[in-house]
Design a protein around this ligand. Structure first.
Ligand code: HEC
Ligand code: HEC
Length: 505
């Protein structure tokens, strides 16, 4: 774990890397014998820790702000959008259509506002250092609930959203953690899932939304071009890739499995799945048990009747966001967010862990040359945009937005569209320097371990896959990453340079 109070992060706690070679003999399974050779290698790079917290405190958020190119109309819409993303919802709506107060929570929910899960290092981001669910599971400030906290949520861990795969007897969908049953809604008799009796549960942590407004725009043909580029090199390294395809045939791109094509449907799903708020994309409650559905649906409709009030009187100065439902306001907030900026751009040498900017530039070269960039594609350029602020922009997102087989150690056994149980979308790495937890289930806070976990053939556990999956497409690249332990770099090894580069993002 990264100690957020330890300014030196993992530095000083020298560890050694273990490369385990398992020899699968045909008789091994018969006699339940396996042969394991452990080779100890020196000098595994250390994670300097969270940028702006563990090192270079002046290198904190250069995210969370809005695009400098927003039009006047966009700027006028932004405050209402920002307010909405951080507005906590209560259960009961006072009247249908009065959604701007934030209501419709439950009957099943994970949290009561977008910003509880999306707030590191700024609103819109990822899971914060203290798990926000502990603040709301028994009360949202207005209503009291009977919930208990599942044991997989820890006070100093990431928010984890559970699913029970079909292979473990579930339906593969999100299982909301909490219910509104309790003192405030005593005639609602639904129970929390019995998580303790579900050994096959798998988890996902929040993804940051910075820069997503631009990612929305990337053209399908550009993603397909990346899929079809460097084919002989990729084949020699075992790297493939697949598009998750949306209903209109375009490349779906948001979420850990690229299950959402655009911000708006992602937000509609998030409002419904995480908060239980019905909206114009998801109109009926997930749980329709009598006495638990306390509001007319959808709870978050277009604001036909809303007017900007002052002293109880409807004002005539209408603003562009006048009619928007809350889901659309949330989508505007995400759409307007600026792209993350590396700390080497804002802080020069001090923005590179270790204080030498050459370490980060060398790290970026190594990242490209050993093949990380074959999946973590350094950049896309957006086409001309009818929303002028988002056209013709180079996005240094470090993702191909494609799905890859990641092996049985990362597999979550969940299928979504083309994404199979062992497939994940290459996550963008912009802002990875400020992330506290890594990988879809937040299994580690050590970025070096997150990289090691890409390779199932190297015996990197814990393994969450059930059944047999092909080898991880990243195996060969991670072997090259391990070889960088023995290559001299600027800050010790070339591997350390690569890690420093990532933590500057
Ligand atoms: C309980 C925690 C939680 C809450 C509350 C929450 N989210 Fe999320 N968010 C997540 C998780 C987990 C994911 C990843 C989901 C997946 O891929 O299955 C995610 C993913 C997203 C994404 C996709 C980001 C990307 O780049 O792929 C967007 C957009 C998003 N959330 C917006 C919202 C909005 C808007 C709200 C409020 C209406 C919200 N979220 C509320 C946990 C949460
Ligand atoms: C075959 C494609 C592929 C290659 C090659 C690859 N990655 Fe990844 N990377 C992924 C995928 C897919 C994930 C998400 C896996 C998951 O969450 O289970 C990921 C996750 C990550 C994460 C964590 C991101 C997050 O949001 O938590 C980091 C950091 C990372 N990769 C760095 C690297 C580095 C450094 C290299 C080169 C040594 C590399 N990757 C090579 C596909 C790849």
């Amino acid at each position: 774990m990264i100690d957020l109070n330890n300014p030196s992060g993992h530095r000083g706690s020298k560890r050694r890397s273990r490369v385990v070679l398992s020899l699968g003999l045909s008789l091994a399974s018969l006699f339940a014998v396996s042969y394991t050779v452990v080779i100890w290698a020196q000098n595994l790079a250390t994670d300097p820790g969270v940028r702006g917290i563990a090192w270079c405190t002046s290198c904190g958020p250069s995210v969370g702000g809005f695009q400098s190119t927003l039009t006047y109309q966009e700027q006028t819409s932004e405050p209402a959008a920002t307010t909405q993303f951080g507005t906590a919802s209560v259960v009961t709506c006072s009247s249908s259509g009065s959604n701007v107060t934030g209501c419709g929570l439950g009957p099943r929910f994970n949290a009561n506002t977008c910003s509880s899960c999306h707030q590191q290092p700024a609103v819109g981001g990822s899971s914060p250092s203290a798990n926000p669910l502990f603040q709301i599971y028994q009360s949202d400030g207005t209503d009291q609930f009977n919930n208990t906290m599942p044991s997989f949520e820890t006070a100093s861990g990431p928010v984890l959203v559970p699913r029970l795969p079909v292979s473990a007897g579930g339906n593969g969908l999100v299982q909301e953690l909490f219910t509104i049953a309790g003192p405030s809604y005593s005639s609602c008799n639904i129970q929390q899932p019995n998580f303790a009796a579900e050994p096959g549960l798998v988890f996902r942590q929040p993804l940051p939304t910075f820069g997503d407004g631009y990612v929305d725009f990337i053209e399908n043909k550009d993603i397909t071009n990346v899929l079809n580029s460097n084919l002989s090199l990729k084949t020699s390294l075992g790297i493939g890739g697949m598009e998750n395809i949306a209903d209109d045939g375009s490349v779906s791109r948001f979420g850990w499995k690229a299950q959402w094509r655009a911000i708006l449907p992602a937000v509609g799903a998030e409002e419904q799945v995480e908060e239980g708020i019905t909206n114009e994309m998801f109109l009926t409650e997930i749980d329709q048990t009598a006495n638990c559905d306390v509001n007319p649906v959808p709870e978050d409709p277009t604001n036909y009747s809303y007017c900007e009030e002052s002293g109880g009187i409807c004002q005539s100065t209408y603003t562009p966001w006048f009619f928007l439902a809350n889901a659309e306001r949330d989508a505007y907030f995400v759409r307007f967010l600026a792209t993350p900026v590396p700390s080497t751009v804002t802080n020069g040498s001090t923005g590179c862990p270790g204080g030498n900017i050459n370490s980060c530039s060398n790290g970026q070269l190594e990242f490209n040359s050993i093949g990380c960039a074959l999946c973590h594609n350094p950049s896309y350029i957006t086409p001309a945009g009818s929303i002028p602020s988002q056209g013709h922009t180079r996005l240094n997102l470090y993702s191909d937005l494609l799905l890859h087989h990641m092996g049985s150690c990362l597999a979550d056994n969940i299928t979504q569209g083309n994404a199979q149980g062992d497939m994940f979308r290459t996550p963008p790495l912009w802002n990875i320097g400020q992330r506290i937890w890594f990988l879809h289930d937040g299994r580690t806070s050590d970025i070096v371990q997150a990289i090691e976990a890409h390779a199932d053939s190297l015996g990197n556990g814990p393994c969450t896959g059930v059944g047999s999956y092909p080898a991880s497409e990243a195996d060969a690249v991670i072997s090259s990453f391990n070889n960088l332990e023995n290559v001299t770099g600027v800050d010790g090894t070339a591997q350390q340079d690569l890690i420093n580069f990532l933590r500057s993002l």
